[in-house]
Each structure stands twice: as C-alpha cells, then as structure tokens.
Design a protein around this ligand. Structure first.
Ligand SMILES: Nc1ncnc2c1ncn2[C@@H]1O[C@H](COP(=O)(O)OP(=O)(O)OP(=O)(O)O)[C@@H](O)[C@H]1O
Ligand SMILES: [Mg+2]
Length: 233
C-alpha cells in the first residue's frame, strides 16, 4: 500500500539547541486514520507543523519526510501542493475576517488550478460537501456572521480545495460544544471517506481518538512513546 506520509528521524530544535521533537518516526498509509495523542507540550503540533511545512522560522528541523511518495524537506515550505492540508483549533483566527467565504474559497481553488469562471460553483460544491444546506447563500457571508462550527466547516472546505491526500486536524473541535463537535467530526469523516484522504487527528479526547481513528500514536516530551493498535488512551 502507498504511504500518505512517511516520517523518519524528525527532530525540531530551537536556535539555542533545545530539542522539542526528538527522533520521531511514523507512517500513515493511504486513507488511514491515526490519532496523535499526548500531554500538552509533548510536541504534537510541532510534529504536525513539520509535516505541513509551517514550522516557525525560529525553529530548525531535520530528518526525512515523504508525502505520497515525494520527498519534502521538514519545516517551512507549505505542503498544500504536495497533498497535505490542515484544519486547526480556532476557526475564527484561521479565516480572513475581511473576506467573504466565497472569496476565501475561490482564492485557494484558483491557486490549485480551478478556472475563475467556475470557482464560484466549485466553492459552493465544497460547502455542500461539508454539510451546508444553502451553500450559495453562504458564499456571500463573512466569517463573523457564522457560528464556530460553521466556521470550522468552512475551514474544512478550504482544506479540501487543496485536494489533500493527507488531512491534519489539530484539535479541530476543542473550541466547540459537543453537538457541534460531532457535526464537524462527521463532516471530516464523510469527506475523508469520499476522497480516500488519510487523517492525522490531534486530540486530547480519548473518546474521539477511539471512535474516530483506527490507531493512536502517542508523544511524550518530544518523543514517540508507543503505538496503540486501537487508539486506546
Ligand atoms: N516557536 C516555538 N519556540 C520555542 N518553543 C516552542 C515553540 N513552539 C512550541 N514550542 C515548545 O515546544 C514544545 C512542544 O509544543 P507543541 O505545540 O508541539 O505541543 P503540543 O503537544 O501540541 O501541546 P498542546 O496539546 O498543548 O497543543 C512545548 O514545550 C512548547 O513550549
Ligand atoms: Mg498543540
């Protein structure tokens, strides 16, 4: 089976030499769902950022990462063209407050090769995929006019516009109430199944890890400590 992502000996450290991620190796197969778990500060988000190519410029990374069989440098080149996209914890800061939803989706779609003449219908189709009943009306709304769960589903639609082979979701529902959490996780699962996307789900919620992924990998103090087959713990 082809790998969605293959990480070998990933290290992230500060300019002064403090090791934040230490010799981390793991593989996600195509369409596999894996939870990345571990205590706060254990290095989950930095590991995700190294795979995504969004590490802060103040940090250094080394090791080997391949995405869908292509080698990429760990660190700072955004990976959306390599097939990786992300949804983050706080959808209100992930969206541009000054741009309508349709314009934000249109920018990403056009950057990934969609013609301007069909960008609007493609944006509406993505909003439909993430569960909006009236996608055409939503295109005209600003982020401030949406609920947290709606904003997070817009972020998911934007991530899908990159046609990712791997979706990284870093605590995507922490800021949401329980019902809305389920709605967002359902939307992620639906689009993941439809497109065969691999999922790396960072979560502190054991129930979410167990019910929404196939296995868990655990970090502690920058290292991988074990791999549990059934996402326990
Ligand atoms: N830009 C940075 N410069 C220096 N240290 C950093 C930077 N970003 C994160 N760290 C440190 O690296 C360690 C790992 O951080 P990381 O954000 O990956 O943790 P995490 O496992 O995602 O935690 P949480 O569950 O709270 O989100 C922490 O000790 C954090 O303080
Ligand atoms: Mg984090």
């Amino acid at each position: 089976m082809r790998h969605a992502v293959h990480v070998r000996g990933l290290r992230v450290h500060t300019a002064s030499g403090t090791q934040l991620v230490d010799d981390v190796s793991f593989t996600l197969d195509e369409a596999e769902r894996v939870a990345l778990v571990g205590a706060s500060g254990s290095g989950k988000s930095l590991t995700a950022a190294a795979v995504l190519g969004t590490l802060p410029v103040t940090l250094n990374a080394s090791g080997a990462i391949s995405v869908c069989g292509c080698d990429v440098l760990p660190g700072r080149l955004p990976r959306s063209r390599a097939g990786v996209a992300a949804v983050h914890q706080d959808p209100s800061t992930a969206l541009n407050p000054l741009l309508r939803v349709g314009d934000q989706l249109g920018l990403v779609l056009r950057a990934h090769g969609t013609r301007a003449s069909v960008a609007s219908s493609a944006a509406a189709a993505l909003l439909d995929e993430v569960g909006f009943d009236d996608p055409d009306a939503l295109l005209w709304r600003y982020p401030a006019e949406l609920s947290g769960g709606q904003r997070q589903r817009v972020c998911l639609a934007i991530a899908l516009a990159c046609r990712p082979r791997l979706l990284i979701a870093d605590e995507p529902t922490t800021a949401l109430d329980l019902d809305t959490q389920e709605q967002v996780l359902d939307a992620i699962e639906r689009v993941r199944q439809r497109h065969g996307t691999a999922l790396m789900l960072i979560t502190h919620d054991r129930r979410v890890a167990t019910t929404r992924t196939d296995r868990a990998i655990r970090m502690a103090q920058g290292r991988l400590v074990d791999e549990a087959a059934d996402a326990e713990g």
